[in-house]
Ligand binder design. Structure first.
Ligand code: SF4
Length: 323
């Protein structure tokens, strides 16, 4: 089975059951991303490509650890060998840190507002980064929203001022105000990710009450003007009820503006826990549309230096998962 098809099948399952030799050293427990607040995740890797899977004793996918990170994966007729990668902070090769692990908003797909996560201090974050410094290529910062959107932006900027950057690229993904792109650019951030989350304005209104689709689009446009084409990213969740055609329109809306979409298969949670993960065939269909749109816009995912497009754990990334 080619990597692309294998990854689509694995993303459609989304979880794994760990057996064999104790693999706890490879498990990452995270306050952000799909599966936030759950039993943790592992990063299965084969031929330098990776996928992130939540750990669940009920998963139909077995990953048998034979020691030293070597694993054998099995589900139904599907089998593969590979390795488990050791995460640095949140994912391999990055210190990807969530500043505020709580949120005042209540986007329907997001488990973060249900968590009683802490707000980390700049000092604490600087120490976390120093701890993994020799294992990372990038620092990525994200956050919930505590207080107000403006308060959160100030908190993240304090973190940026405190951390020792040396020559490492920094990515930031927060909910933006209209000034956020300029503020982050002034702080020397390399890449930004402002998430559109839903493929249509109507779905966005339903899923993200109190937040602004148009505001995010404006922030993305301003970011491309500052950071450049291909340095700006936006997650769009696949599986919230949009059609393939609506997803294609959304992908093109982003790529035509110089923004690289991150097409994130839904992890059913919070108020959409009864929804289904998108099946592998749909992931592959959308990946084809995504590939075409990126190519037409001259956007290259292999140049990404931070955050999800650099990691690739949770999504099919045309250009990185396949040429
Ligand atoms: S793709 Fe993004 S959310 Fe998923 S593990 Fe990697 S950095 Fe985290």
């Amino acid at each position: 089975m080619r990597w692309l098809e294998l990854k689509a099948e694995l993303l459609a399952i989304g979880s794994c059951r760990l057996t064999g030799v104790d693999a706890s050293g490879y498990i990452e427990s995270s306050a952000a991303g799909p599966g936030a607040g759950g039993a943790g995740s592992v990063f299965f890797s084969k031929g330098g490509k990776r996928v992130r899977l939540s750990v669940s004793p009920d998963s139909p996918l077995e990953i048998r650890h034979d020691g030293d990170g070597k694993v054998h994966l099995r589900s139904g007729g599907m089998e593969a060998t590979g390795i488990l990668e050791e995460p640095a902070l949140h994912c391999p090769h990055q210190a990807y840190i969530t500043v505020s692990g709580r949120c005042i908003f209540s986007c329907k797909y997001c488990p973060v507002p249900l968590n009683e996560g802490r707000v980390k201090t700049p000092e604490e974050i600087a120490k976390m980064i120093e701890f993994v410094r020799d294992r990372i290529d990038a620092i990525s910062i994200t956050s919930g929203v505590v207080g107000s959107i403006e308060d959160e932006e100030r908190r993240v900027i304090e973190v940026l001022k405190r951390i020792d950057r040396q020559d490492i690229p920094i990515g930031v993904s927060i909910y933006p105000t209209s000034h956020t792109p300029d503020h982050l650019y002034s702080e020397g951030v390399s890449e930004v990710k402002f998430n559109l989350e839903a493929a249509t304005p109507a779905l966005f209104r339903e899923m993200c009450p109190g937040l602004s689709w148009d505001g995010i689009i404006r922030s993305l446009e301003r970011s491309v003007a500052l950071f450049g084409r291909g340095k700006v990213f936006s997650n769009v969740i696949l599986g919230l009820g949009e059609t393939d055609e609506e997803m294609e329109v959304c992908i093109r809306l982003l790529t035509e503006r110089g923004v690289i979409p991150v097409i994130r298969p839904l992890t059913p949670a919070a108020a959409v826990a009864s929804y289904r993960r998108p099946p592998a065939e749909r992931l592959l269909r959308i990946a084809d549309l995504h590939y075409d749109a990126l190519k037409k816009a001259g956007l290259d995912t292999t140049k990404a230096e931070t955050m999800c497009t650099y990691c690739t754990g949770c999504d099919i990334v045309p250009g990185r998962d396949y040429e």
